[in-house]
Design a protein around this ligand. Structure first.
Ligand code: ADP
Ligand code: MG
Length: 377
């Protein structure tokens, strides 16, 4: 990919630029915890966006997207927004840096990537953080701190792409470090690195390729349940609740709200248990917690679907160490921690069984925990 980008850049702009890269992300555990003030546990992956960039001495940005095979040119003022949606991510990053008092001048860029689009690996965050990192290095002597770079990406989604996302994706993409996952506290925004070197295991995503269209946003309903229980407990978010607290008010809340809160409180404890297990290199416990999360998302939080439950069931039958829905639910991927020697059989079984039942194979995406945004030396 690097060579193709360099060749295209040279042909279009006649010079060499500097290469930057950033990555998509997975979340090992910690789902639906962000809006409850809890923890998420992401890591950057070996699926990246790479861009070659050079200042061009003008006040215009000229960018070519290899994957979409489109060219965009735009100025840096608020009313210069490009029409192509992919270019708006780059324009948004420029604008958000300028809004914060940072510098951005005209530049030329060619970019490409291999983060699957819309598969739950956050290709958009990879794109934003690649350019945010590059423009910080190129025009600002790296004076913008890393957390601000993540927020620049998040604000880009909010203000220029119409996506009201949290901070996890951009955080993971900017802070990602090879061989490490990061526990991000969604309340304090503090983070801590934990080693993730599952020797003898592979991490693989199975994309069910299904996305269930849902009426009257179930996400909002889940949030409302959590808020009601927190209010009843007299706390701000379920982050501060224990199972004992919840059981004390069981008769005062609906059975449904009870189940939702039980999942959220359990998930907070599972993230912490996974951290302990990783410090000890105990990947069997990590896997066990992943299954428990799936169970909770499916039975208590009710955000799974038959296809994802089926993939989870196949994993269990194949003796896979850990497997769960990744992301908000109602479709998308499962994330699986698989022993090397079981890998081939698991993939073959999952493909065959899923195809038999749903008429298509899940897409297999192998991932290795890798570096986030960086300059390529
Ligand atoms: P995801 O879940 O992968 O982040 P999004 O819909 O949020 O999915 O973002 C995908 C969008 O990001 C694409 O529609 C495109 O505009 C942009 N994008 C991501 N990767 C690339 C790429 N390699 N080349 C061009 N645009 C990309
Ligand atoms: Mg996205």
């Amino acid at each position: 990919m690097e060579a193709i980008i360099q060749k295209e850049f040279k042909e279009r702009f006649g010079i060499d630029g500097t290469m930057y890269a950033s990555a998509g992300r997975i979340n090992l555990i910690g789902e639906h915890t962000d809006y409850n003030g809890g923890f998420v546990f992401p890591g950057a992956i070996d699926k990246v966006i790479m861009a070659e960039i050079a200042p061009n001495g003008t006040d215009k940005v000229r960018v070519f997207s290899i994957d979409i095979n489109e060219y965009a040119e735009f100025g840096l003022n608020e009313d210069d927004a490009p029409s192509q949606s992919w270019a708006r991510y780059i324009f948004g990053v420029c604008r958000e840096i300028l809004k914060r008092g940072g510098k951005v001048k005209g530049f030329d860029a060619v970019f490409a990537g291999n983060v699957p689009l819309g598969a739950g690996l956050s290709s958009s965050a990879a794109l934003e953080s690649c350019f945010a990192f590059a423009l910080n290095d190129m025009f600002n002597d790296n004076s913008i701190d890393k957390f601000e770079l993540a927020k620049i990406g998040q604000s880009t989604e909010h203000n220029y792409c119409g996506v009201n996302c949290g901070i996890m994706d951009q955080f993971a993409s900017v802070f990602g470090k090879k061989g490490n996952l990061m526990r991000l506290d969604c309340r304090s925004l503090e983070h801590e690195y934990f080693p993730f070197n599952p020797e003898g295991y592979k991490l693989v995503l199975l994309d069910s390729k299904v996305k269930h269209e849902l009426k009257d946003s179930p996400y909002n309903k889940r949030r409302q349940s959590c808020e009601r229980v927190a209010q009843r407990l007299g706390i701000e978010t379920l982050r501060d609740a224990t199972m004992e607290d919840l059981d004390k008010i069981k008769s005062d809340i609906t059975a449904e709200d009870y189940m939702r809160a039980r999942y959220v409180i359990g998930e907070k404890d599972r993230v912490l248990a996974v951290c302990d297990a990783l410090v000890k290199g105990d990947y069997e416990t990590v896997g066990q917690k992943m299954y428990e999360t799936h169970e909770g998302l499916s039975k208590d939080y009710e955000v799974s679907c038959v296809e994802l439950d089926y993939l989870n069931e196949i994993a269990k039958e194949c003796g896979v160490t850990g497997s769960r829905i990744m992301g908000g639910g109602f479709g998308g991927c499962t994330i699986n921690l698989v022993k090397d020697e079981l890998y081939d059989k698991f993939i073959a079984t999952a493909k065959a069984k899923f195809n038999e039942k749903y008429g298509h194979e899940p897409v297999v995406i192998d991932v290795v925990i890798s570096d986030g945004a960086h300059k390529c030396e």
